[in-house]
Structure formats: structure tokens, C-alpha cells
Design a protein around this ligand. Sequence first.
Ligand SMILES: Cc1cc2nc3c(=O)[nH]c(=O)nc-3n(C[C@H](O)[C@H](O)[C@H](O)COP(=O)(O)O)c2cc1C
Ligand code: SF4
Length: 494
Amino acid sequence: MEQPRVCTGPVCRLRGADTCLAALAGQGATPMPCAGRCDEPIPVLIGHNQWVGDAAGNLARQPTPLPPPNPGGIEECVFAQIRRPGRNTLEGYRATGGYSGLARAVAEMTPAAVIEHVKASQLAGRGGAGFPTGQKWQAVADAPGQPKTIVCNADEGEPGCFKDRAILDYDPFAVIEGMTLAAYATGATRGFLYLRYEYPETLALAEQAIAAAYAADLLGSRILGADVQFELYVRRGAGAYICGEEGSLLNSLEGKHPFPRNRPPFPVTHGFEDLPTVVNNVETLAAAAQIMRHPPEWYVGMGRNGHAGTKLISLSGDIQRPGNYEVPFGLPLRTLLYDWAGGSLADHAIQAVTMAGISGGFLSGEDLDSATIDEPSMRSKGSMLGAAGMIVFDDRRDMIQAAHNAIEFFAHESCGKCFPCRIGTQRLTERLAGIGPSDLKIWLEEVNDLSATMKAVSACGLGMVAPLVIESLIQRFPAQVAAHVEHQKGPVEY
Ligand SMILES: Cc1cc2nc3c(=O)[nH]c(=O)nc-3n(C[C@H](O)[C@H](O)[C@H](O)COP(=O)(O)O)c2cc1C
Ligand code: SF4
């Protein structure tokens, strides 16, 4: 029998992942970093099957949760139809408006007009970096070289993020339609869905959906009976967080070691096989399919306070109603946490919330009244929204332990290509494990020096953002840091 892999990510640790791991030790269980199922802890992967475990090591099967209904009655884009039964079949997708955007594009619009439509919607990348999608498609359309490629980045390795799995499980044709639109707009003729290794059921669903799209001439050499060709393949990810970084992803797709690539050149001119390539996140592509069914102003108008559009938030941890929520950009963070997701657990207060999964570090409970869900607001707090996973820690939690787990994840997942990140993540992990100076001033100087060096000279986003965890810990929880350093208090157990 294959050995179980037990998720020991930040949310699962709150739910007893370590005791689950110990309970399954007799079966040879090993820990795995966050498995992208923070809304159904504790995931246990055995071969190609996903189970949900508890702290005692009992295992059960459980379907991917549907996104909870939006309690604000606010119009949605990506999730607008996702709760309709049968939406993940081709018939169900078409019956709820699916493929009408692509049909209109192919019949009535030039590729350039499709790009202008996406530009006017102000859609920007939802994988973390927020690059304008229309501009990316334009760059690939303009770049010399054939064949061009569309890559859907479904690697979703950031702890606390599980939105892309929900889209692919319940609305896979939206992603396929979005990729086909990108292909039509850019002149690309081949595409890859690069899917996280730990999503085996999603793999089966995606393969079924792609086969159904081929059978209905929605993929292949004459899409919708027109002179449009797009061949789509699924590739299973290599099981490492760094494979979500687009350069690493492209190396992985080419069968190479998944080191990030030096930039420039960018994938839009030198991507898969050194040819022009769009790399877009699952959510970005699913949004594009919806946007093509509406005037661009429809999407722009969904945001608040001058922000365009919507964002999916994966919410987990110490919160009443975890799950994926689609929020208008600009929504107050408190509204999401309390009015939509029911607030903190009984008798406890929210102590901290991570941003961008864990890459944006921590906000504290005191930030909730002033933070809105948009990049400028998060930046003003020294954080970032990124792919928008949020993990809630209530007042029972030891923030040193929470930060230690996060930095340990980055140390484990650092690809090792450049030394500031390879060594810096290890040193920061040690400092949070109680190894290092016991003089607070020296400890802080050293940690700040490590962080500044990592941010300045790391070769990719992983090393640049990892220090945010410890910086935000020092800024928002100084008393816990002082106690940890001065009393040499190592991380406590959950
Ligand atoms: C360490 C690291 C991991 C990343 N992981 C993902 C990921 O899992 N999924 C994703 O879409 N983007 C990820 N990104 C961002 C991608 O490099 C890229 O910006 C994105 O796929 C572009 O798509 P978008 O413009 O639609 O957001 C990651 C970036 C870094 C630095
Ligand atoms: S920053 Fe870290 S993950 Fe990125 S290339 Fe350097 S060692 Fe690899």
C-alpha cells in the first residue's frame, strides 16, 4: 500500500496535523507542505486518492466544498454560475451561458478587438503579480515566432490558497474557454494546463472536460467551425512550490530542473521552447471567459472606490465559515471576515490574518478596521494581496509558532539557486526556533540585515517576499518577539 502524505500546512497544524501524522506513522506516513485544501483540513494523499483526516488519524472521503453563497447579494463574475448543478459538464456549462463569449469573439471580433476588450475591462493577473492581462496578450500577439503557447498556471502551491482547485473542479470549461480566447487573441495554437501534483481528482475532471471539448469541436483544428486551431494538453506539476513561478514552470514543462529563469527576457517573447508564451493563472482565465460575455464596463464597475473588478479570496483558519469568496476589490477586510464569514470562533478574538497566503506576512486584529481588499491598501500596510489566501489566527495562537511554520515552509521550498534565499530562509527559521542571540537588539539587527539582503538580491519572488513574515511579526507582535528572544523560548507546540 502506498504511504500516506499528511498535510502539515499552517491551517492543518491548527487542526491537529501533527497528531494525525503520528497516528498514521505505522503506515509510513510522511508530512507534506500545505496541500491546497485549507477549507477541509486535514488532507491526506494516498497514491492518487485524497482523504480528509482528523487529529486521531481517522480518514474519510469528502468532495471539494462549493464556494459558500455570497451573503451580500453582490453580483459575482468568476463564481456567478459555479454553484449551478451540472456546471462542470459541457451541457451544463453551455446551458448557463458558457462558450457564448468565445462564439461572439470568433464570429464577430478580430483578435485585436478581443485584446482591446480585455484591456478595457482592466483585468489583471490573479496569480499574484497583478500584471495587466490585455497587455500580456498584446505582447504575445506582437512577438515574432511560432508556434505560440498559452499556459494555465494551476500549480497553486501557496499555503492558504485553494481557489483554483474550486474553479477547476466546478467550472473547468470556463478555464478552457479562457485559454481558447487567449489563443484566438494571440495566435497561439497550443496550450498546457499545468496542474498541481496534489490535485488528483482535479486531474481526472480536467482530462474529462478537455476530452468533451475536443469532441464538440471546442478544441482542435476547427474550433466552432472556424479557422481557429488550439490543441490543449494537461501536465501534472512537479510537486514543488517553486514550480508555480512562471520561469520554473516553463523549465518544468520542458523537462528541465525547475529553477526560475533570469528575466528579461520575459515569457511573452521567450517562453515555452523560447517562443512567445502567455502564462496566466486559473482565476484570470476564468474571469476572461466571463468578461467576454459582457461589456468591459460591467467588470470594471464591480469594484469599489476606484478599483476595477473582483478577487477570489481563500479564507481559512480560526473563522466561522472558511471557504472561497468572490469579493469586489475595495471591500473592507472586516466586512469579509465578520459579515460574510461569520467572524471569529466563539469566545475568541482575531489576533492576526495572513495575506497573499503567507507571502504577505501578517496583519493584526487592529488592522481590520482600516484595511480594504485591494493591493494599494495592503501595500500601505507593508503587505500585499497577491493570490489572496487569508489565514486567520485567533488569540489562542502563538504567533512565533505561526511565523516559524511560514518561514520553515519557504526554507523547505527555496530552490537553492541563489544563496541569499537558500541561506537566509534557513537562518530566519533558526531565529524563530530559538537558535541565535538572546540580546533583542542584536537579534533584531541580524534579522533586519538578513531580510534586507534577501529582499534586495534574491533572484525570484520567493526570496524577496519571505522576509515579510518576520518583518510583520516584529512590527505587529513586538512583545511576543521580545519574550521569544530574551527568554530563549523555542516555538511552542499547538
Ligand atoms: C514562488 C512563486 C510561486 C508562484 N506560484 C504561483 C502559482 O501557484 N499560481 C500562479 O498562478 N502564479 C504563481 N506565481 C506567479 C507566476 O509567476 C505568474 O506571475 C502568474 O502565473 C501569471 O499569471 P497571471 O498574470 O494571470 O497572474 C508564483 C510566483 C512566485 C514567485
Ligand atoms: S529566490 Fe529562492 S526560490 Fe528564488 S531563485 Fe533564489 S533560491 Fe530559488
